[in-house]
Design a protein around this ligand. Structure first.
Ligand code: F0G
Length: 469
């Protein structure tokens, strides 16, 4: 082409976009028959966590540890320094957390719940109250095992799948003030801040809300600890939706978000593009010393925390890649592509579409199945049966039982999470998934619920078994 002015230029909003990577290595997947899937499902007690991955065609169970690493990360594995103490990979990893998240002290853990365990041990004593913007399963169980009680102070809109509030993860500061007034700040060891909020449908908090939360907590002497698991996705939503942030990079926004908090726990298996890993980071020296001491008891020495040197190297590189604006735009763009397709077809999904997953509203999808016949569990099973697409329940089964009354908790949100691993699937996989869900939707009137026939004591959704009613 010459340098002549072009006659026609496609308007940016009509231009397709593509992922900022190409595929170098592939892993074959297997298509199965409906009969095969029906048998496997029955064997798995209608719990998608109990299926073997070889019986799954498209695996949208979770975005946890399922992302594809880059060539640079794979190269990093070869540079693993497997010294018991003081591995050079630890120092790379520590520097990456300090640079991108801004905390002073870092302790590696094998994954997020390892860090949650340490947080619970360091901060919580029996009788404490931990407020937060909606529970997360593993986070709450550690709070409860330490003798604490979690209290949800998220906005009401978060519990409404059809509310299109742009920041449904926001803390309701009025609810928090009431709680502080009722129980006293002395019983509140920290505020548990999720970003983005997984159980609300991958919904973000706004920077303004976090700033106001900071001011309120400071007045009462309550530290804020961030669940940074998907904070980069949250930073992207702030960039896209919040006034004053459109011109900032995701990296800058992440750093500002973390600056309003006193520490974080992290499942590096999500945002930061590794298959295993996590950390606990704080700014306070005493808290760090306690964490560094406890990690030796539960995870491993403070310079490896249950990880190999190579894992820490992959994590250090993954942290840097994960804040790249082009990466995060494509990642969330893919989730939005799937979500828009389903919602355009009239299938009830949580709006706005979340950062890591599309959440189907099982109450509206199967209105004839009562909540104690597990509509979301049944829907996840039906989607698998239809096309070998594995999703998971995020409703009454995930919510578990109230430790005091022993009764089911009945969350308002009864959802199926269609979770997208990062850099793994193509647009065609999203199309196949959408079409499978649409077929289940067409046949929804004939669907039946489930009965729970085996229930483990903790985090029952992972291992519970069901049969059809
Ligand atoms: N916090 C959040 C918000 C999470 O989503 C998870 C894990 C954890 C903490 C715990 O981290 O798994 O590394 O021990 N979520 C996974 C999921 C299990 O599928 O959403 P972990």
């Amino acid at each position: 082409m010459t340098n002549e002015p072009r006659i026609r230029i496609r308007d940016a909003t009509r231009r397709s976009w593509a992922e900022p990577w190409k595929i170098k290595m592939v892993e074959p997947t297997r298509w199965t028959t409906r009969e095969h899937r029906a048998e496997r499902l029955k064997e798995a007690g209608y719990n998608t966590f109990l299926l073997r991955s070889e019986d799954v065609y498209i695996d949208l169970l979770t975005d946890s540890g399922t992302s594809a690493m880059s060539d640079r990360q794979w190269a990093g594995l070869m540079l693993g320094d497997e010294a018991y103490a003081g591995s050079r990979n630890f120092y790379h990893f520590e520097a990456a957390v300090q640079k991108y998240y801004g905390y002073r002290y870092v302790v590696p853990t094998h994954q997020g719940r390892g860090a949650e365990h340490l947080v619970a041990k360091i901060f919580i004593k029996a009788g404490d109250i931990i407020p937060g913007n909606m529970y997360f399963t593993t986070t709450r169980v550690h709070q409860e095992l330490a003798g604490g009680t979690f209290v949800d102070v998220i906005l009401d809109e978060a519990h409404d799948p059809s509310s299109t509030h742009p920041f449904k993860g926001n803390v309701d500061l009025g609810k928090l003030e009431d709680l502080i007034g009722r129980v006293g700040s002395g019983r509140i060891p920290y505020f548990s801040l999720g970003a983005t909020v997984n159980m609300a449908g991958g919904q973000p908090v706004s920077m303004r809300n976090v700033r106001e939360l900071r001011a309120l907590c400071e007045r009462h002497g309550i530290p804020i600890l961030l669940d940074a698991t998907r904070a980069i996705e949250n930073a992207y939503f702030i960039q896209q939706r919040e006034e004053g942030y459109g011109g900032k990079s995701v990296a800058e926004i992440l750093l500002e978000l973390c600056s309003y908090t006193d520490g974080c726990w992290m499942s590096a298996k999500k945002d930061t593009l590794v298959n295993i890993g996590g950390w606990l980071a704080v700014n306070d020296l005493d808290q760090f010393e306690e964490a560094r001491n406890l990690v030796v008891v539960f995870e491993g020495l403070h310079t490896y925390g249950g990880l190999a040197g190579r894992d820490m190297e992959a994590m250090a590189i993954g942290i840097e890649e994960s804040v790249d604006d082009d990466h995060i735009r494509a990642r969330i763009g893919q989730v939005e592509y799937l979500g828009k397709k389903l919602s355009d077809w009239g299938i009830p999904v949580v709006l706005p579409i979340g950062g890591h997953a599309v959440f189907i509203d099982a109450r509206s999808f199967y209105p004839h199945i009562p909540q104690d016949a597990f509509p979301a569990q049944a829907l996840a099973a039906d989607i698998y049966l239809e096309a070998g697409v594995r999703t998971m329940e995020r409703g009454i089964v995930s919510a578990g039982r109230d430790p005091e009354t022993g009764m089911h908790r009945y969350p308002r949100l009864e959802l199926v999470r269609v979770t997208i691993p990062r850099r793994v699937y193509t647009q065609a996989h999203m199309d196949v998934t959408a079409e499978a869900i649409e077929e289940v939707w067409w046949n929804r009137d004939g669907a039946t619920g489930l009965r729970m026939i085996y229930e483990p004591r903790y985090l029952r959704f992972f291992q519970a078994r069901f049969e059809r009613v």
